[in-house]
Design a protein around this ligand. Structure first.
Ligand SMILES: Cc1cc2nc3c(=O)[nH]c(=O)nc-3n(C[C@H](O)[C@H](O)[C@H](O)COP(=O)(O)OP(=O)(O)OC[C@H]3O[C@@H](n4cnc5c(N)ncnc54)[C@H](O)[C@@H]3O)c2cc1C
Length: 500
């Protein structure tokens, strides 16, 4: 078939999770004439990691995550990562607030809820760390409202489930920020996809799988299989985004772009304990993050979370790590073995050699009994009753393995945007801090893959309209931060705390 017989679009976005949905809506805001198609293999969007029960729904803003503020050997605390994530989350809020103001979403309460973010530590070493962290963070305007306490009566008010039954001699401390959030990324994704469905030249196609990618002079030829009819079709796209979550790596490999060489993936599955008993749920109105066990990876930080999903409150505790060779929850056990290539086997073996602690941690997690899981929860909630909790599967996180000059290969726990030099294709690898900073990641993609358009008057003025202040400005300008945050909070109705 001649090339010009294929349907031609400006952009194909693979996967209908929060990443593709955000990018698609952003691109249409910047240029409503763009013709684009989102292709999803499941029967609807937001079924994989963006589903509310496959992630913790924490609006990561660096308020409570102790692993974002590492301590140096001299005892000082580095707050840079917390500031970056906080101001990136404010970028996300500006985008959502803009769409709410336009009337795109209906009520923001359907996807974002104010829930205080707390950090909780046990033992003197933990207390010393928390106190130093509190002092370092509160010097920055983004964290000025953080509160610190070692007083048990105050903690009993902040987290009523966590004090009764606790050894009175145990040294404990906590910080609290009232401006934290719980986000239902599944509903948010669906709002974005529904909005897209109402626009001209934008299609969301479900039960269709991208099976092939081939570069040509016009961009990319994308092969798609219809999983219901079994038929195949091909589209010609100027730009392709591989927003396929854990499955982005095999698609990146399929593209053959040199920038994707040497990457591998290490899947870590997750489980939660979930409680829906209203008598228990109503006693905890916070997201409480603590410290990870020594030697355990950052995504294993335990937290006891209020979740608000479809108007109902529940509690989640975890995550407990597991091991599966699948790259998606609904993926294949062959995902990991089939991703091994001559170009990434070196980095993968180097990671296996250098991460014995992680292997040991995963074996311990996978082997643990229900009673052991409950015991970990008891460290948070001493009077827990087993019958109130059930174990549920969380989503898959595919951690990035990449080449490293010194070690041969390293395991990276963040996210990485891999884009071809000509800007015609980009893939998002990795999992953390994830959905909360989707907007910043997609803005980065737009700057890298659409450099000329970003300089145009049309795109610049639209970006200024959507984002009154970008993360860098928010990080350094206290007054602007407060103004912009107040506006987003008002539009997102975050000033009406449903949580005490
Ligand atoms: C246990 C856990 C806890 C988390 N907690 C948080 C949290 O508290 N806060 C936070 O901000 N983030 C959190 N995250 C991260 C967050 O969930 C992810 O970063 C985010 O959902 C990723 O969105 P995505 O669109 O990239 O991927 P996904 O939502 O996984 O979407 C990818 C889509 O691509 C589709 N797809 C794959 N291959 C193909 C193909 N070949 N053709 C067509 N479609 C395809 C898949 O079916 C899927 O629907 C957590 C993640 C996990 C796993």
């Amino acid at each position: 078939m001649a090339q010009n017989d294929y349907e031609t679009v400006d952009a194909v976005l693979v996967g209908a999770g929060i990443m593709s949905a955000t990018l698609a809506v952003l691109l249409k805001e910047l240029d409503p004439t763009l013709k684009l198609e989102v292709i999803e293999l499941m029967e609807s969007g937001a079924i994989e990691s963006s589903n509310p029960w496959n992630n913790a729904g924490t609006g990561h803003a660096g308020l409570c995550e102790l692993n974002y503020t590492p301590q140096a050997a001299d005892g000082s605390i580095d707050i840079e990562k917390s500031v970056t994530i906080n101001t990136q989350f404010e970028e996300s809020k500006q985008f959502w607030a803009y769409l709410v103001e336009k009337g795109t979403f209906g009520s923001p309460k359907s996807f974002i809820t104010p829930v205080p973010h707390l950090s909780f530590v046990r033992g003197q070493e933990g207390i010393d760390f928390l106190k130093t962290r509190f002092k370092a963070l509160t010097r920055h305007h983004a964290f000025a409202d953080m509160e610190y306490t070692e007083d048990r009566a105050t903690m009993a008010k902040w987290m009523p489930l966590m004090l009764p039954g606790r050894d009175p001699k145990e040294a404990i401390a906590a910080t609290r920020v009232m401006a934290g959030t719980d986000v239902n990324f599944g509903t948010l994704t669906k709002h974005l996809l529904d909005h897209l469905g109402t626009q001209s030249n934008a299609k969301v196609k479900c039960s269709q799988k991208v099976t092939g990618l081939k570069r040509n002079e016009q961009g990319w030829r994308v092969n798609i299989k219809d999983l219901q009819s079994g038929g195949n079709r091909t589209i010609q796209a100027k730009f392709v985004f591989l927003g396929a979550g854990g499955a982005a790596l095999p698609l990146l490999q399929m593209s053959g772009i040199p920038e994707g060489k040497g990457f591998g993936g290490f899947p870590v599955s997750g489980q939660w304990l979930r409680c829906d008993n209203p008598d228990v749920v109503k006693q905890h109105e916070a997201k409480v993050y603590s410290q990870a066990e020594v030697g355990s990876p950052p995504m294993s930080v335990p937290h006891l979370d209020t979740r608000v999903v479809d108007g109902k409150k529940s509690l989640l505790f975890g995550p407990y790590a597991g091991f599966s060779t699948k790259f998606l929850r609904h993926g294949s056990v062959l995902d990991l073995p089939l991703s091994i290539r001559p170009g990434n086997i070196g980095p993968m073996l180097a990671v296996a050699r250098d991460n014995f602690d992680l292997t040991r941690y995963l074996i311990k997690e996978v082997m643990q009994s229900d009673e052991k899981r409950l015991n970990t929860l008891r460290g948070f909630y001493p009077q827990v009753k087993a019958e109130d909790w059930r174990l549920e599967m969380a989503g898959q996180r595919v951690q990035i393995i990449k080449k490293d000059a010194k070690h041969g290969g390293i395991l990276q726990f963040g996210t990485e945007l891999v884009a071809a030099q000509d800007g015609t294709i980009a893939a998002l690898l990795g999992a953390s801090p994830g959905a909360s900073v989707t907007v910043s990641i997609m803005l980065d993609l737009i700057r890298r893959c659409f450099p000329k358009q970003v300089e145009s008057e049309q795109w610049r003025s639209k970006l200024n309209e959507i984002f009154p202040a970008m993360a860098k400005v928010l990080a350094s300008d206290a007054e602007r931060y407060r103004e912009v945050q107040a506006r987003s909070d008002e539009l997102l109705q975050l000033n009406e705390p449903v949580m005490a």
